[in-house]
Every structure is written in C-alpha cells, then in structure tokens.
Write a protein that binds this ligand. Structure first.
Ligand code: PRP
Length: 178
C-alpha cells in the first residue's frame, strides 16, 4: 500500500479547466458531424471520459474497449492484446479514442489501426497525458490535455499497480514509495 499522498503535478482545478476547454474544442470540431462515438480505453480513461463527455455539447455515444499492454506494475509484456471490444458497429461513424496516457505509443497505434480497418467515417485520438520522451511508435494525438516528463504519473484514472487511480489530481510517485 502507498505510504504517502503523491506529490501534486497537475491540480484538480487545472485538469477541470483544461477538460472544459478541450470539450469546447471537440464540440466545435464535430459540430454538423452527427453523433460522435467516444471510445474510452479501460481502465485508465474512465474518469477522463466521464468528465470530457459531460462537457461536450454535441450528440455523443459512449463505448469502451480494453487492451492489455503491461504486466503487473511497471514490467511490460511487450505485445498489445484486445481484452474487451466495443458493442456497436463503428462503420461510417466518427470515432474519438479517449486514452489516459500515451507512453510508448504501442497501444494507441494498435487501436487506431484496428478501428480504421472497420471502415469508420473518421478516427481521431484524445489523451489526457502524453509522456513526451518515451515514444517508440509515431502516433498522432489529435487532442492532448497535458505533456508530462519521465515521472510516473498517477491519479485521474492513472495508476501505479492499481493504486491512486481515483485521486482528483495528477500526482507523481517514485516506484520505491509503493
Ligand atoms: C496504460 C494506458 C494506455 C497504455 C499506454 O494502460 O492506459 O492504455 O498503458 O501505454 P503505451 O503508449 O506504452 O502503449 P495499462 O495497460 O497500464 O492499463 P490500465 O489502463 O488498465 O491501467
């Protein structure tokens, strides 16, 4: 169990302000596009998706998808594996993938290719945080809330070994603290 509260990297107020701004941008970009399908990537995107979707002013539908890209804690499995698929067909629909974090980029790269193969009208990506320096695959992030550094970020959906997901802010942990 964590022994202390993670140091604040991005406050809850800052997150909420940026989410409202981003929702306004997305609402404007997708005006006149019909219903947007927001696909949240479990588990990490569940809080971000909830807040983002409630601030949109356009017709929208919520779907979830789950993939597995890490072993327990910080040890990577390497491959990306589909664990849970969307329920609805996305053919001919506008899709926005909503992620909590883009780290190496493998997960988003996999999801973009998989969803594009289903002939949607469009696929764009939205992520809460992106680790600027750890990209291994070049993926396009259309809507980004925050860039972060090398630190291990937790909170607002992000976890370290399943801890600290429900913090209202984004904090930093040192793996040794856990
Ligand atoms: C995290 C995160 C992204 C992925 C990004 O998922 O939610 O989906 O890693 O990493 P990448 O850019 O290196 O591929 P994780 O497997 O930790 O699952 P979780 O969302 O359930 O915490």
């Amino acid at each position: 169990m964590p022994t202390s509260q993670p140091e604040v990297l991005i406050s809850a107020e800052e997150i909420q302000a940026r989410v409202v701004e981003l929702a306004a941008q997305i609402s404007s970009d997708y005006a006149d596009h019909g219903e947007l399908i927001l696909i949240g990537v479990l588990k990490g995107a569940f809080i971000f998706l909830a807040d983002l979707s409630r601030n949109l002013t356009i017709p929208r539908q919520i779907e979830f998808i789950a993939v597995s890209s890490y072993e327990h804690g910080s040890i990577r499995s390497g491959a990306v594996r589909l664990v849970l698929d969307v329920r609805e067909s996305i053919e001919g629909r506008h899709v926005l993938i909503v992620e909590d974090i883009v780290d190496t980029g493998h997960t988003l790269h996999y999801l973009i290719n998989m969803l594009k193969s289903r002939n949607p009208a469009s696929v764009r990506t939205c992520t809460l945080v992106r680790k600027e320096h750890s990209a291994e695959v070049d993926v396009s992030v259309d809507y980004l809330v925050f860039n972060v550094g090398y630190e291990w970020s937790v909170g607002y959906g992000l976890d370290f070994a399943e801890h600290d997901r429900t913090l209202t802010y984004i904090g930093i942990v040192q793996p040794d603290d856990q």
